[in-house]
Design a protein around this ligand. Sequence first.
Ligand SMILES: Nc1ncnc2c1ncn2[C@@H]1O[C@H](COP(=O)(O)OP(=O)(O)OP(=O)(O)O)[C@@H](O)[C@H]1O
Ligand SMILES: [Mg+2]
Length: 317
Amino acid sequence: MLFKLTPKENRDELFDREEELRELHRLTRTEWVIVLGKRMTGKTSLLKTFLNEVDGIYVNAMGMRSIRELIAELMKHVRDLKISIDLGLAKVTWTKIVDDVFSKLEGRVIGLDEVQELPSNYFLKILKRVWDTYDIRFVFTGSMVGVIKNLIEPGPLNPMYGRQPAILRLNPFTRELSREFLLQGFSECGLRISDSEIDEVVELFNGYVGWLAYYGNYRCIRRVPHSKALELVYSEGKKIMMNELERFLSNKKNRDKYIRLLKMLPARWRDLELGLNVNKKVLRDMLRNLEYAFIVEKRGATYVTSDPVLRRLVMEL
Ligand SMILES: Nc1ncnc2c1ncn2[C@@H]1O[C@H](COP(=O)(O)OP(=O)(O)OP(=O)(O)O)[C@@H](O)[C@H]1O
Ligand SMILES: [Mg+2]
């Protein structure tokens, strides 16, 4: 059921993405991998489907702030583990617990979804230990490159130096795939969608499968008419993307400038420089941060916000 709103978990329900799955199978034979993609492009669906095929372990790291939480989650997948975390803290060192858990997971693939909040130095040290000691492969996903930079581009002082994961980029669908996705979903639920409606949806949602699935769900399951469904996708999506934007802005000193910049897009460097009245270095840093967070991308010489929901909500700020 393509318009189901939870992440897909197997190939039968996953639309397209065969190439990405093939790549994951190939890369994980020897590498650790990080799947990078914008919000709502299907990272979790790809990861879960892949893990199902390799008997891997799925861990949602969203909101996890410590290794302890991660280990506790992994322990659920380990049979015949003698120690519990509480006991362990009293009697054995934390490293021993980590070793016990990972040694029991030898040979497995661990999928860490939304890894962006974890990469402390301690976390990286543990990863290094796993890398050096056990036959375990990790697949990470993330949508905030800035935050996970120390995992994907580790510097010489970083424990993961020389061990960076291979990057698999997950791109939004092309217009053709978006169209096929809608047609297939509507045909599954036995409803008709007109050509002009398809054109409008394809144009508006720019290949973001999550927004397309929302739209289809409103139309097919909840039987909401076209225009109303478009509005509902926006109002639901706005909550998600506002959160994302706030998360990005939360540690920025010049938050107002960021918002002004976003409102000016699409724009070229020169227009931004003049319009914002900032020096080159400041502008370069701002754009790099926005690109790392997948909020802005460069197309030719023009900077754009490609997520349609984000683009509209920025204009309303
Ligand atoms: N290849 C696909 N085929 C069919 N539906 C998909 C596909 N990829 C994603 N979806 C649907 O799109 C929505 C978002 O997918 P998913 O949660 O996997 O994306 P995500 O990139 O992990 O999102 P987030 O950035 O919020 O974590 C869900 O409704 C999911 O069922
Ligand atoms: Mg996800």
